[in-house]
Design a protein around this ligand. Structure first.
Ligand code: AMP
Length: 587
């Protein structure tokens, strides 16, 4: 196909707003194209040269260099180009105008074909090293010299990353079905293939071959699979019913979804949005090589940030620090991670998408060698609503967001959201507005940088009705190095061998303290927890749940030597804060 013909389709697409009409225009374009170039047309129409997950360079040339190329191709100086651009507001239109003004026209010039333009774009994207910029300008100039005005417009828009035809992947997939399977009503077939092999060019070429080729598309290590997503419900009874009455419920870890591909010694990690994030996790790469007992595998899990001093989970935002190309090994130490796997899609040449979850989970269990870095998502077989509620509270108190409940007999359908997985999350989220004052009742020995002192402290609220101290949370964050070094001096004089009678908790710290020392604490929010005991009676009575009030992501603010333990925040106050938080969210 001549590039100018493709440009005419682009022009028609731009003038059209209806999705069906746009799909039809594209379908017509695909039908007219040579089978060898449908892939290139699919990429170019999205303004791309290959799928993003390949991690290959993008086209992107800046405006300055683009103007230099237009200037060289048309003989008009850059200053004048800038003026025209200011008036027109679009560098593509500017180039079209200048090319149309050119005197010596293209008598003997070969017309540009789609594949010529694609190859030139590819060279522009791949040019690297010293002299790369010059090379890019030279290639672009070459294209513009051969271009007609309409071609110049779209060439410039494409290299600037501003093609914006309003066509997305879904429209292209429907157009492929329409063009090669006879109707867009078969778009599911094309979509299903794309979900398993999300490379629009590859799928376009298969579509040309027909339905059977699409239906036989295979998943393979190195090529991401579009992830299956969960539906959400907040009523545990309804969840269990929808999940088939008997389900596998797993902790919902609050991290980054990762699809880990292994092929011999080669590892790829893809995000939920199919970005290649391998470079962010050199540690996970090493663990995958070592602990996934398979030659080839595709597994899925959640990467979670860990507090290096306490081993507790950190909020998923911490993983953002890993988004950098330099110093990754340093960041790796500051923000260590763990991986919790929950699915296997492929193993040594066999695909498992069509196998029920119960079977996939068993296979997954069988290929992970015991270690503390990559493990399976914590979960249990659940048959009763109360068991589900209990596990939910357990998950939340262990720093998770809630549960993902999985239908045991369901298959993995790539790229879809459905009831095969149901997420059960806390349905509130807010910042704790106030700090609270809590009493230290226990200590956990520090590791690493914190060895020799405490890594975290167990703290409690005061219950004046029972004159006892009810645990609220484990605080490991917010301490400076100086604070940490001071902990034994401040606390060790209150050490006692067993749990004091006036302390209520389900937690077992390494060391118990008499409740004497008060600290001020802030956190992300108040939650319910089965291991903490603050306001347990009130929660049971009023909210009908066997849980205490706890604080999620608590941080030490300062010591309160001015406060006696009985001046600490009371359990009842915490309960009222929790109710206010719930109410605020419902408003
Ligand atoms: P959401 O992002 O709220 O739609 O919740 C679904 C996400 O939860 C998945 O995409 C995973 O990243 C994450 N997740 C955490 N733990 C699990 C688990 N055990 N099973 C499935 N997904 C999980």
């Amino acid at each position: 196909m001549l590039y100018k013909d493709l440009c005419r389709y682009y022009q028609r697409l731009e003038a059209e707003t209806g999705k069906i009409a746009m799909m039809k225009i594209l379908s017509d374009c695909f039908k007219k194209a040579d089978p060898e170039e449908v892939d290139k047309i699919a990429y170019l129409t999205l303004g791309k040269l290959w799928p993003d997950w390949k991690g290959m360079p993008e086209l992107g040339i800046g405006e300055k260099l683009t103007m230099r190329a237009i200037s060289r191709a048309t003989g008009v100086d850059v200053k004048k180009i800038e003026d025209i651009y200011k008036r027109k507001g679009d560098l593509g239109e500017t180039a079209a105008f200048l090319v149309s003004q050119k005197r010596m026209m293209t008598l003997f010039q070969k017309e540009l074909e789609v594949k010529d333009v694609y190859e030139a774009f590819k060279k522009i994207a791949l040019a690297s090293g010293p002299g790369a910029m010059d090379m890019k300008v030279r290639i672009l100039t070459g294209l513009l010299v051969s271009a007609s005005p309409i071609e110049a417009k779209y060439i410039i828009r494409t290299v600037l990353g501003k093609l914006r035809l309003g066509v997305g992947e879904a429209t292209i997939l429907a157009a492929l079905a329409d063009a090669f399977l006879g109707s867009d009503k078969y778009k599911d077939i094309v979509e299903e293939a794309y979900n398993k092999h999300p490379d629009i060019g590859y799928i376009a070429k298969l579509a040309v071959k027909g339905r059977e080729a699409l239906e036989h598309v295979k998943i393979e290590p190195g090529v991401p699979v579009r992830p299956m997503l969960a539906e959400r419900l907040s009523d545990p009874a309804e969840i269990l019913m929808k999940a088939g009455g008997k389900a596998y419920a797993e902790y919902k870890y609050d991290g980054e979804r990762a699809q880990i591909h292994k092929k011999g010694d080669k590892i790829w990690i893809y995000s939920r949005r199919l970005e290649n994030i391998t470079y962010q996790y050199p540690d996970v790469v090493e663990w995958a090589k070592k602990y996934i007992d398979a030659k080839e595998a595709i597994v899925e899990g959640e990467i979670v940030a860990i507090d290096p001093d306490t081993g507790d989970f950190r909020p998923f935002q911490e993983l953002m620090h890993r988004k950098r190309k330099y110093d990754i090994h340093k960041v790796m130490e500051e923000i260590p991670v763990k991986v919790f796997l929950f699915d296997v899609l492929y193993l040594n040449g066999r695909e498992f998408l069509k196998k029920p979850y119960a079977e996939r989970r068993k296979i997954l269990e069988s290929i992970i060698k015991p270690n503390e870095n990559i493990t399976l998502a914590q979960g249990r077989l659940i048959e009763k609503v109360e068991e589900l509620e209990k596990l939910f509270l357990e998950a939340v108190s262990n720093g998770c967001e809630g549960l993902v409940v999985k239908n045991l007999s369901e298959i993995y359908v790539a790229g879809t959201r459905g009831w095969r997985w149901i997420k059960y999350k806390r349905d509130y989220k807010s910042e704790m507005a106030d700090t609270v004052d809590l009493v230290v009742i226990g200590g956990f020995h520090g590791r690493g940088r914190r060895s020799g002192t405490y890594g975290a402290l167990l703290v409690a609220a005061y219950n004046p009705d029972k004159d006892c101290f009810e645990s609220v949370c484990k605080v490991g964050s917010g301490f400076t190095d100086a604070d940490l070094a001071e902990l034994p001096r401040i606390l060790d004089k209150y050490k006692i061998p067993t749990k004091p009678k006036n302390v209520v908790t389900e937690m077992e710290p390494d060391v118990w303290f008499e409740p004497k020392v008060v600290m001020e604490v802030i956190g992300a929010e108040l939650t319910l927890s089965p291991v903490h005991r603050a306001a347990f009676d009130l929660v049971r009575e009023r909210l009908k749940k066997p849980a205490g009030i706890a604080i999620r992501f608590p941080r030490f603010v300062r010591w309160r030597p001015d406060k006696a333990p009985t001046d600490a925040t009371t359990s009842k106050e915490l309960f009222e804060m929790y109710l206010r938080q719930l109410k605020k969210l419902k408003e």
